[in-house]
Design a protein around this ligand. Structure first.
Ligand code: NDP
Length: 395
Protein backbone atom coordinates (compact mmCIF):
# COMPACT_ATOMS: atom_id res chain seq x y z
CA UNK A 1 0.00 0.00 0.00
CA UNK A 2 1.41 3.44 -0.81
CA UNK A 3 2.37 5.60 2.15
CA UNK A 4 -0.25 8.20 2.93
CA UNK A 5 0.73 11.43 1.13
CA UNK A 6 1.15 14.53 3.25
CA UNK A 7 -1.44 17.30 2.99
CA UNK A 8 1.22 19.47 1.33
CA UNK A 9 1.71 16.78 -1.36
CA UNK A 10 -2.00 16.53 -1.87
CA UNK A 11 -2.50 20.22 -2.28
CA UNK A 12 0.46 20.50 -4.62
CA UNK A 13 -0.79 17.54 -6.64
CA UNK A 14 -4.26 18.97 -6.84
CA UNK A 15 -3.11 22.51 -7.57
CA UNK A 16 -5.67 24.03 -5.26
CA UNK A 17 -3.58 25.76 -2.62
CA UNK A 18 -5.29 29.08 -3.26
CA UNK A 19 -8.72 27.60 -2.71
CA UNK A 20 -7.89 25.87 0.56
CA UNK A 21 -9.31 27.76 3.52
CA UNK A 22 -7.28 27.21 6.71
CA UNK A 23 -10.08 25.60 8.67
CA UNK A 24 -10.74 23.06 5.93
CA UNK A 25 -7.32 21.63 6.65
CA UNK A 26 -8.44 20.31 10.03
CA UNK A 27 -9.52 16.70 10.12
CA UNK A 28 -13.22 16.58 10.86
CA UNK A 29 -12.60 13.90 13.43
CA UNK A 30 -10.63 16.40 15.51
CA UNK A 31 -13.33 19.05 15.47
CA UNK A 32 -15.71 18.95 18.42
CA UNK A 33 -19.40 19.53 17.75
CA UNK A 34 -20.48 23.16 18.16
CA UNK A 35 -23.14 24.35 20.58
CA UNK A 36 -26.52 23.89 18.85
CA UNK A 37 -27.07 27.64 18.66
CA UNK A 38 -23.90 28.05 16.55
CA UNK A 39 -24.74 25.28 14.11
CA UNK A 40 -25.98 26.19 10.61
CA UNK A 41 -29.75 25.52 10.34
CA UNK A 42 -30.95 23.31 7.49
CA UNK A 43 -34.53 23.07 6.17
CA UNK A 44 -35.14 19.70 4.57
CA UNK A 45 -37.55 19.98 1.61
CA UNK A 46 -39.38 16.71 0.83
CA UNK A 47 -39.71 14.03 3.46
CA UNK A 48 -39.11 10.92 1.37
CA UNK A 49 -36.76 7.98 1.73
CA UNK A 50 -33.46 9.82 1.56
CA UNK A 51 -34.53 12.58 3.96
CA UNK A 52 -36.06 10.26 6.55
CA UNK A 53 -33.54 7.43 6.43
CA UNK A 54 -30.26 9.22 5.78
CA UNK A 55 -30.32 13.01 6.03
CA UNK A 56 -32.30 13.69 9.19
CA UNK A 57 -30.38 10.97 11.10
CA UNK A 58 -27.10 12.41 9.76
CA UNK A 59 -28.01 15.89 11.00
CA UNK A 60 -28.17 14.42 14.51
CA UNK A 61 -24.46 13.56 14.36
CA UNK A 62 -23.29 16.48 12.23
CA UNK A 63 -20.76 18.69 13.99
CA UNK A 64 -21.71 22.07 12.54
CA UNK A 65 -25.13 21.57 10.89
CA UNK A 66 -28.54 20.99 12.46
CA UNK A 67 -32.13 20.37 11.42
CA UNK A 68 -34.02 23.67 11.66
CA UNK A 69 -37.22 23.05 9.66
CA UNK A 70 -39.03 20.59 7.42
CA UNK A 71 -41.01 21.30 4.24
CA UNK A 72 -43.55 18.73 3.06
CA UNK A 73 -46.81 18.23 1.16
CA UNK A 74 -48.07 15.98 3.95
CA UNK A 75 -48.72 18.09 7.09
CA UNK A 76 -49.37 15.14 9.44
CA UNK A 77 -46.13 13.42 8.47
CA UNK A 78 -44.26 16.71 8.68
CA UNK A 79 -45.63 17.46 12.18
CA UNK A 80 -44.68 13.97 13.35
CA UNK A 81 -41.14 14.22 11.93
CA UNK A 82 -40.73 17.68 13.46
CA UNK A 83 -41.91 16.47 16.89
CA UNK A 84 -39.66 13.40 16.74
CA UNK A 85 -36.71 15.67 16.06
CA UNK A 86 -37.43 18.30 18.68
CA UNK A 87 -38.55 21.03 16.26
CA UNK A 88 -41.25 23.51 17.29
CA UNK A 89 -44.59 23.47 15.42
CA UNK A 90 -43.73 26.69 13.57
CA UNK A 91 -40.72 24.99 11.94
CA UNK A 92 -43.04 23.01 9.67
CA UNK A 93 -43.75 24.40 6.18
CA UNK A 94 -45.79 23.27 3.17
CA UNK A 95 -44.81 23.83 -0.47
CA UNK A 96 -47.47 26.57 -0.71
CA UNK A 97 -46.27 28.66 2.21
CA UNK A 98 -42.59 27.87 1.68
CA UNK A 99 -41.88 31.51 0.76
CA UNK A 100 -42.31 32.36 4.46
CA UNK A 101 -38.88 30.86 5.18
CA UNK A 102 -37.51 34.27 4.11
CA UNK A 103 -38.56 35.55 7.55
CA UNK A 104 -37.20 32.53 9.44
CA UNK A 105 -33.66 33.29 10.70
CA UNK A 106 -33.31 29.72 12.01
CA UNK A 107 -32.88 28.53 8.41
CA UNK A 108 -29.65 29.31 6.57
CA UNK A 109 -29.52 26.38 4.14
CA UNK A 110 -32.40 24.80 2.22
CA UNK A 111 -31.73 21.18 1.23
CA UNK A 112 -33.81 20.15 -1.82
CA UNK A 113 -34.65 16.44 -1.64
CA UNK A 114 -37.58 16.31 -4.08
CA UNK A 115 -38.19 14.45 -7.35
CA UNK A 116 -35.72 15.80 -9.91
CA UNK A 117 -38.22 17.87 -11.92
CA UNK A 118 -39.02 19.89 -8.77
CA UNK A 119 -35.41 20.82 -7.92
CA UNK A 120 -35.24 24.00 -10.00
CA UNK A 121 -38.50 25.59 -8.82
CA UNK A 122 -37.75 25.06 -5.14
CA UNK A 123 -34.09 26.00 -5.44
CA UNK A 124 -34.98 29.29 -7.10
CA UNK A 125 -37.66 29.98 -4.44
CA UNK A 126 -35.09 29.39 -1.71
CA UNK A 127 -32.64 31.83 -3.30
CA UNK A 128 -35.43 34.42 -3.57
CA UNK A 129 -35.94 33.90 0.17
CA UNK A 130 -32.26 34.72 0.69
CA UNK A 131 -31.14 31.21 1.69
CA UNK A 132 -28.23 29.04 0.54
CA UNK A 133 -29.14 25.80 -1.26
CA UNK A 134 -27.87 22.24 -1.16
CA UNK A 135 -29.63 20.36 -3.97
CA UNK A 136 -29.78 16.64 -4.63
CA UNK A 137 -28.47 15.03 -7.79
CA UNK A 138 -29.24 15.07 -10.63
CA UNK A 139 -29.33 18.83 -10.35
CA UNK A 140 -32.37 19.25 -12.64
CA UNK A 141 -34.12 17.67 -15.59
CA UNK A 142 -33.23 20.24 -18.25
CA UNK A 143 -30.13 22.29 -19.02
CA UNK A 144 -32.28 25.43 -18.98
CA UNK A 145 -33.41 24.67 -15.40
CA UNK A 146 -29.83 23.98 -14.28
CA UNK A 147 -28.63 27.25 -15.80
CA UNK A 148 -31.53 29.13 -14.16
CA UNK A 149 -30.55 27.67 -10.76
CA UNK A 150 -26.96 28.89 -11.18
CA UNK A 151 -28.18 32.31 -12.29
CA UNK A 152 -30.54 32.54 -9.29
CA UNK A 153 -27.68 31.75 -6.91
CA UNK A 154 -25.57 34.49 -8.46
CA UNK A 155 -28.44 37.01 -8.38
CA UNK A 156 -29.05 36.25 -4.70
CA UNK A 157 -25.31 36.13 -3.89
CA UNK A 158 -25.85 32.78 -2.16
CA UNK A 159 -24.13 29.38 -2.44
CA UNK A 160 -25.52 26.55 -4.57
CA UNK A 161 -23.99 23.17 -3.79
CA UNK A 162 -24.97 19.90 -5.49
CA UNK A 163 -25.12 16.93 -3.13
CA UNK A 164 -22.39 14.79 -4.70
CA UNK A 165 -21.85 12.76 -1.54
CA UNK A 166 -18.91 10.79 -3.01
CA UNK A 167 -16.86 14.01 -2.90
CA UNK A 168 -17.17 13.77 0.90
CA UNK A 169 -16.83 9.98 1.32
CA UNK A 170 -13.64 8.46 2.72
CA UNK A 171 -13.07 5.65 0.24
CA UNK A 172 -13.68 7.80 -2.83
CA UNK A 173 -11.30 10.43 -1.46
CA UNK A 174 -8.72 7.73 -0.74
CA UNK A 175 -8.87 6.50 -4.35
CA UNK A 176 -8.64 10.05 -5.72
CA UNK A 177 -5.55 10.71 -3.59
CA UNK A 178 -3.86 7.46 -4.61
CA UNK A 179 -4.43 8.41 -8.26
CA UNK A 180 -3.09 11.94 -7.78
CA UNK A 181 0.21 10.50 -6.48
CA UNK A 182 0.44 8.11 -9.48
CA UNK A 183 1.63 5.35 -7.17
CA UNK A 184 0.61 2.74 -9.75
CA UNK A 185 1.64 4.72 -12.80
CA UNK A 186 -0.70 6.45 -15.20
CA UNK A 187 -4.39 5.62 -15.34
CA UNK A 188 -5.26 3.84 -18.60
CA UNK A 189 -8.92 2.85 -18.22
CA UNK A 190 -11.89 3.29 -15.89
CA UNK A 191 -14.99 1.08 -15.77
CA UNK A 192 -18.09 2.19 -13.82
CA UNK A 193 -21.29 0.18 -13.32
CA UNK A 194 -24.17 1.90 -11.54
CA UNK A 195 -27.66 0.42 -11.50
CA UNK A 196 -30.28 -1.76 -9.90
CA UNK A 197 -33.72 -3.27 -10.51
CA UNK A 198 -36.42 -0.57 -10.46
CA UNK A 199 -39.77 -1.56 -8.99
CA UNK A 200 -43.07 0.00 -10.08
CA UNK A 201 -44.71 -1.01 -6.79
CA UNK A 202 -42.41 1.46 -4.99
CA UNK A 203 -43.74 5.07 -5.29
CA UNK A 204 -40.14 6.34 -5.20
CA UNK A 205 -39.45 4.40 -8.38
CA UNK A 206 -42.67 5.46 -10.11
CA UNK A 207 -41.41 9.03 -10.52
CA UNK A 208 -37.90 7.74 -11.35
CA UNK A 209 -39.37 5.88 -14.35
CA UNK A 210 -41.44 8.91 -15.42
CA UNK A 211 -39.58 10.76 -18.17
CA UNK A 212 -40.64 14.26 -17.12
CA UNK A 213 -40.18 13.84 -13.36
CA UNK A 214 -36.86 12.02 -13.46
CA UNK A 215 -35.42 13.61 -16.59
CA UNK A 216 -33.83 10.34 -17.73
CA UNK A 217 -34.56 7.21 -15.68
CA UNK A 218 -31.51 5.16 -14.67
CA UNK A 219 -29.01 7.53 -16.27
CA UNK A 220 -29.92 10.55 -14.11
CA UNK A 221 -30.56 8.49 -11.01
CA UNK A 222 -27.66 6.00 -10.99
CA UNK A 223 -25.58 6.62 -14.12
CA UNK A 224 -24.75 10.12 -12.88
CA UNK A 225 -22.52 8.52 -10.21
CA UNK A 226 -20.44 6.90 -12.96
CA UNK A 227 -20.29 10.05 -15.08
CA UNK A 228 -19.20 12.07 -12.04
CA UNK A 229 -16.78 9.38 -10.78
CA UNK A 230 -14.82 9.19 -14.04
CA UNK A 231 -14.34 12.96 -13.83
CA UNK A 232 -13.33 13.17 -10.15
CA UNK A 233 -11.10 10.10 -10.32
CA UNK A 234 -9.11 11.69 -13.14
CA UNK A 235 -9.62 15.37 -12.29
CA UNK A 236 -10.12 15.81 -16.02
CA UNK A 237 -13.04 16.41 -18.37
CA UNK A 238 -14.06 14.14 -21.27
CA UNK A 239 -13.58 15.49 -24.78
CA UNK A 240 -15.84 13.03 -26.62
CA UNK A 241 -18.48 10.41 -25.90
CA UNK A 242 -20.05 7.48 -27.69
CA UNK A 243 -23.05 5.64 -26.23
CA UNK A 244 -25.50 2.86 -26.90
CA UNK A 245 -28.86 2.07 -25.31
CA UNK A 246 -30.81 -1.16 -25.05
CA UNK A 247 -34.41 -0.87 -23.87
CA UNK A 248 -37.19 -3.44 -23.85
CA UNK A 249 -40.30 -1.31 -24.48
CA UNK A 250 -42.57 -4.24 -23.61
CA UNK A 251 -41.29 -3.99 -20.01
CA UNK A 252 -43.90 -1.77 -18.24
CA UNK A 253 -41.07 0.05 -16.45
CA UNK A 254 -39.60 1.48 -19.64
CA UNK A 255 -42.47 3.23 -21.37
CA UNK A 256 -40.75 6.61 -21.14
CA UNK A 257 -37.10 6.17 -20.17
CA UNK A 258 -34.18 4.12 -21.42
CA UNK A 259 -33.06 1.04 -19.50
CA UNK A 260 -29.50 -0.14 -20.21
CA UNK A 261 -27.12 2.57 -21.39
CA UNK A 262 -23.40 2.06 -22.02
CA UNK A 263 -21.03 4.88 -22.85
CA UNK A 264 -17.40 5.53 -23.50
CA UNK A 265 -15.72 8.80 -22.57
CA UNK A 266 -12.40 9.83 -24.07
CA UNK A 267 -10.19 12.06 -21.90
CA UNK A 268 -7.38 14.38 -23.06
CA UNK A 269 -4.79 12.25 -21.19
CA UNK A 270 -5.74 9.26 -23.33
CA UNK A 271 -7.80 7.51 -20.63
CA UNK A 272 -10.94 5.74 -21.80
CA UNK A 273 -13.77 5.50 -19.27
CA UNK A 274 -16.51 2.95 -19.89
CA UNK A 275 -19.77 3.53 -18.04
CA UNK A 276 -22.91 1.50 -17.69
CA UNK A 277 -26.26 2.08 -16.01
CA UNK A 278 -29.51 0.17 -15.89
CA UNK A 279 -32.78 -0.03 -13.99
CA UNK A 280 -33.07 -3.74 -14.85
CA UNK A 281 -29.88 -5.38 -13.64
CA UNK A 282 -28.63 -6.62 -10.27
CA UNK A 283 -27.71 -3.80 -7.86
CA UNK A 284 -24.22 -2.47 -8.37
CA UNK A 285 -22.39 0.76 -7.60
CA UNK A 286 -18.83 -0.10 -8.51
CA UNK A 287 -15.80 1.21 -10.34
CA UNK A 288 -12.42 -0.14 -11.39
CA UNK A 289 -9.43 2.01 -12.25
CA UNK A 290 -6.79 0.24 -14.34
CA UNK A 291 -3.36 1.84 -14.11
CA UNK A 292 -0.03 0.92 -15.71
CA UNK A 293 1.08 -1.17 -12.71
CA UNK A 294 -2.10 -2.15 -10.92
CA UNK A 295 -5.84 -1.83 -10.42
CA UNK A 296 -8.07 -0.17 -7.83
CA UNK A 297 -11.38 -1.97 -7.49
CA UNK A 298 -14.07 -0.19 -5.48
CA UNK A 299 -17.00 -2.56 -5.07
CA UNK A 300 -19.15 -1.24 -3.64
CA UNK A 301 -17.88 2.22 -4.44
CA UNK A 302 -20.84 4.41 -3.57
CA UNK A 303 -23.09 2.70 -1.07
CA UNK A 304 -24.26 4.61 1.99
CA UNK A 305 -21.94 2.44 4.07
CA UNK A 306 -19.77 -0.67 3.75
CA UNK A 307 -17.82 0.47 0.69
CA UNK A 308 -14.83 -1.75 -0.04
CA UNK A 309 -11.57 -1.14 -1.88
CA UNK A 310 -9.25 -3.81 -3.27
CA UNK A 311 -5.83 -2.77 -4.54
CA UNK A 312 -4.21 -5.13 -7.01
CA UNK A 313 -0.55 -4.53 -7.81
CA UNK A 314 1.46 -6.67 -10.22
CA UNK A 315 -1.41 -9.18 -10.30
CA UNK A 316 -1.50 -9.61 -6.50
CA UNK A 317 -4.30 -8.30 -4.26
CA UNK A 318 -2.74 -6.28 -1.42
CA UNK A 319 -4.01 -6.63 2.19
CA UNK A 320 -7.56 -5.26 2.49
CA UNK A 321 -7.91 -1.51 2.91
CA UNK A 322 -9.68 -0.79 6.24
CA UNK A 323 -13.35 0.06 5.74
CA UNK A 324 -13.94 3.81 5.73
CA UNK A 325 -15.34 5.40 8.88
CA UNK A 326 -17.72 8.30 9.29
CA UNK A 327 -21.07 9.29 7.83
CA UNK A 328 -20.76 10.76 4.34
CA UNK A 329 -24.09 12.60 4.60
CA UNK A 330 -23.07 14.30 7.86
CA UNK A 331 -19.69 15.21 6.32
CA UNK A 332 -21.41 16.64 3.25
CA UNK A 333 -23.79 18.81 5.28
CA UNK A 334 -20.97 19.91 7.61
CA UNK A 335 -18.99 20.88 4.52
CA UNK A 336 -21.91 22.99 3.25
CA UNK A 337 -22.15 24.57 6.71
CA UNK A 338 -18.45 25.46 6.55
CA UNK A 339 -18.88 26.91 3.05
CA UNK A 340 -21.64 29.16 4.43
CA UNK A 341 -19.36 30.21 7.30
CA UNK A 342 -16.60 31.04 4.81
CA UNK A 343 -14.37 28.37 6.34
CA UNK A 344 -14.24 25.92 3.41
CA UNK A 345 -14.11 26.20 -0.38
CA UNK A 346 -17.06 25.15 -2.51
CA UNK A 347 -16.24 21.72 -3.93
CA UNK A 348 -19.42 20.67 -5.73
CA UNK A 349 -21.03 23.88 -7.06
CA UNK A 350 -23.94 24.16 -9.50
CA UNK A 351 -21.45 24.18 -12.37
CA UNK A 352 -20.45 20.60 -11.44
CA UNK A 353 -24.07 19.51 -11.70
CA UNK A 354 -24.48 21.33 -15.00
CA UNK A 355 -21.39 19.63 -16.45
CA UNK A 356 -22.82 16.19 -15.61
CA UNK A 357 -26.15 17.18 -17.12
CA UNK A 358 -24.45 18.27 -20.35
CA UNK A 359 -22.54 14.99 -20.47
CA UNK A 360 -25.67 12.93 -19.83
CA UNK A 361 -27.40 14.80 -22.64
CA UNK A 362 -24.42 14.00 -24.90
CA UNK A 363 -24.71 10.32 -23.88
CA UNK A 364 -28.40 10.28 -24.85
CA UNK A 365 -27.66 12.13 -28.10
CA UNK A 366 -25.01 9.59 -29.07
CA UNK A 367 -27.19 6.64 -28.04
CA UNK A 368 -30.02 7.99 -30.21
CA UNK A 369 -27.56 7.91 -33.14
CA UNK A 370 -26.34 4.40 -32.29
CA UNK A 371 -22.94 5.39 -30.97
CA UNK A 372 -22.10 8.42 -33.09
CA UNK A 373 -19.27 10.46 -31.55
CA UNK A 374 -20.43 13.60 -29.72
CA UNK A 375 -17.76 16.17 -28.86
CA UNK A 376 -17.87 17.27 -25.21
CA UNK A 377 -14.91 19.64 -24.79
CA UNK A 378 -16.82 22.74 -23.77
CA UNK A 379 -13.93 24.19 -21.78
CA UNK A 380 -15.34 23.36 -18.34
CA UNK A 381 -12.71 22.80 -15.65
CA UNK A 382 -13.41 21.85 -12.03
CA UNK A 383 -12.54 24.78 -9.74
CA UNK A 384 -11.54 22.74 -6.68
CA UNK A 385 -10.32 19.13 -6.57
CA UNK A 386 -12.01 17.34 -3.63
CA UNK A 387 -8.84 15.24 -3.18
CA UNK A 388 -6.93 18.37 -2.26
CA UNK A 389 -9.24 19.77 0.37
CA UNK A 390 -11.86 17.45 1.85
CA UNK A 391 -10.91 15.78 5.12
CA UNK A 392 -12.84 12.88 6.57
CA UNK A 393 -12.69 11.04 9.86
CA UNK A 394 -9.89 8.45 9.99
CA UNK A 395 -10.82 4.75 9.83
P1 NDP B 1 -38.79 9.80 -2.52
O1 NDP B 1 -39.76 9.49 -3.59
O2 NDP B 1 -38.59 8.77 -1.45
O3 NDP B 1 -39.15 11.16 -1.81
C1 NDP B 1 -39.46 12.33 -2.52
C2 NDP B 1 -40.33 13.22 -1.64
O4 NDP B 1 -40.62 14.39 -2.40
C3 NDP B 1 -41.69 12.62 -1.31
O5 NDP B 1 -41.67 11.81 -0.17
C4 NDP B 1 -42.52 13.87 -1.08
O6 NDP B 1 -42.28 14.33 0.24
C5 NDP B 1 -41.90 14.88 -2.02
N1 NDP B 1 -42.74 15.11 -3.20
C6 NDP B 1 -43.35 16.29 -3.50
N2 NDP B 1 -44.06 16.17 -4.61
C7 NDP B 1 -43.93 14.90 -5.05
C8 NDP B 1 -44.46 14.19 -6.15
N3 NDP B 1 -45.25 14.77 -7.06
N4 NDP B 1 -44.15 12.89 -6.26
C9 NDP B 1 -43.35 12.29 -5.37
N5 NDP B 1 -42.80 12.92 -4.31
C10 NDP B 1 -43.10 14.22 -4.13
O7 NDP B 1 -37.41 10.12 -3.24
P2 NDP B 1 -35.94 10.05 -2.66
O8 NDP B 1 -35.91 10.57 -1.27
O9 NDP B 1 -35.37 8.71 -2.90
O10 NDP B 1 -35.19 11.05 -3.66
C11 NDP B 1 -35.32 12.46 -3.57
C12 NDP B 1 -34.15 13.13 -4.28
O11 NDP B 1 -32.94 12.71 -3.68
C13 NDP B 1 -34.01 12.80 -5.76
O12 NDP B 1 -33.55 13.92 -6.45
C14 NDP B 1 -32.97 11.70 -5.80
O13 NDP B 1 -32.25 11.66 -7.01
C15 NDP B 1 -32.08 12.12 -4.67
N6 NDP B 1 -31.40 10.98 -4.04
C16 NDP B 1 -30.08 11.08 -3.79
C17 NDP B 1 -29.42 10.07 -3.15
C18 NDP B 1 -27.99 10.22 -2.79
O14 NDP B 1 -27.38 9.26 -2.38
N7 NDP B 1 -27.41 11.41 -2.90
C19 NDP B 1 -30.07 8.81 -2.81
C20 NDP B 1 -31.49 8.82 -3.05
C21 NDP B 1 -32.11 9.88 -3.66
P3 NDP B 1 -43.49 14.93 1.13
O15 NDP B 1 -44.47 13.81 1.28
O16 NDP B 1 -42.82 15.31 2.38
O17 NDP B 1 -44.04 16.10 0.36
Amino acid sequence: MPSRPSRRDLIAAAGVAAALAPAAAKAQAQEPAMPTSDKIGFAIVGLGKLSLNQLIPALKIAKGARLAAVVSGHPEKAKRVAAENGLPADAVYGYDDYDRIAKDPRIQVVYIVLPNSMHAEHTIKAFKAGKHVLCEKPMATTLADAEAMIAAAKAADRHLMIAYRCHYEAQNLDVMRRLRTRSMGKVRQINTTMGRQADLSDPSDVWRLDGKMSGGGALGDMGVYGVNAARYLLNEEPVAVQAWAQTDRSDPRFKETEDLINWQFRFPSGVIANGSTSFAYAPTMAFEVICEQGRLVADPAAFYGGNRLTVVKGGQALPPVPAPAGDQFAREMDWMADVVRGKAPMVSPGEEGLQDMRLMQAILESAAKDGATVKTDWGYRRAVDPAGVVDVAKA
